[in-house]
Design a protein around this ligand. Sequence first.
Ligand code: C5P
Length: 409
Amino acid sequence: MSETFTGEIHAMIKGRRIVLGITGGIAAYKAAELTRAFIKEGASVRVIMTKNASEFITPLTLQTLSGHLVYRDMFSPLKDFEMDHISLADFAEILVIAPATANVIGKIASGIADDLLTTTVMTTKAPLLICPAMNQSMYENPIVKENIMSLASRGYHFIDPGYGELACSTEGYGRLPDIEDIVDEVESMLTVKDLSGEKILVTAGPTREPFDPVRYISNYSSGKMGYALAVASRRRGARTIMVSGPTSLPVPKGIIFIPVKSALEMRDAVMDHLAESTVIIKAAAVADYRPSTRSDSKIKKEKGPLTISLERNPDIIDEIGRKKGKRVLVGFAVETENLIQRAREKMLAKKMDLIVANDVTQDGAGFGYDTNIIKILTPAGEVEELPLMSKYEVAHRILDRIRDIIRSR
Ligand code: C5P
């Protein structure tokens, strides 16, 4: 089971039509990997190469990887009587230029359309993602900077180049961003921003309840469900805050991340951000009990048994339920028996607007898995049963319900 999110959290690219423009920089060879990544995600890819690009990588490579002839020439269309720039512009649900040279950025910024790629850019109504890759001095050239700013202000998307060794034997900014970052950006751009304006607070992961400096009581929560919710929420346009207990997952980009350890810390962090939130999703597996005392030094081994007395942790969701006002509150119920009945009782007692019921006895569901099998319950008595799906897809289904509640108000 993978402990990373990259590669697991794309649901919007599947079945989508991507036009990939490759221009003539040394990073052109990486476009082969990018094509593979898009295909692996289930996209349909058409490649346009500029004349200079084919000096760096052969069209045959891209043809083989994309499964389609590569488009290169304005005046020799691949299909008789077809205007390639029009058909490609119509085909594209998103157009990605990777790598994008200073030259192509300058041409687009100046309205020049003198080859198949720039003409397609000029024609298409699809969103454009430009991934610059060039020598750092070129990237820092004020003309390039100005062109990027001018295109960005018109709504073109850019992904900043990465830092590292450059082909010209120097080190700096100018490398093509990581393939995973480009795929992530495409996923974000293809995600409908139906939660923009919302401020979503997600809790994730387990809590740790220490009883001496080196030991704690905790649970098996991996944090994957909460992290998937935070990523999906951000991609749907919500300002996203995640309060997370300790996990081994990478911190998602573009969110406000508040790491905590214990239930008491989680409670304080959540309450600090309650006022500014419009939606609260409590995916964390909060420990219900904590040791009543915490020894300042490591508890030594003795002959007899060790007794640790526990006291109740605050019920964070119960407190939110009492203070929430018009906010949408979503909780999780992890049960091993009487799932629906218990989840329903919890939802009503704690004034939740939705509860996600999770039967952890099923294979592929619950703690640690990348997949989940859940039921979404509403106070009106609806029960939506979802089949086994990735936690990222589950996150979107939960956010769909939240969006519907917000719209219905
Ligand atoms: O009662 P139970 O722990 O099963 O409730 C689960 C829901 O309550 C989850 O949404 C969890 O995040 C939340 N919870 C909480 N504070 C606790 C225990 C659980 O907010 N102390």
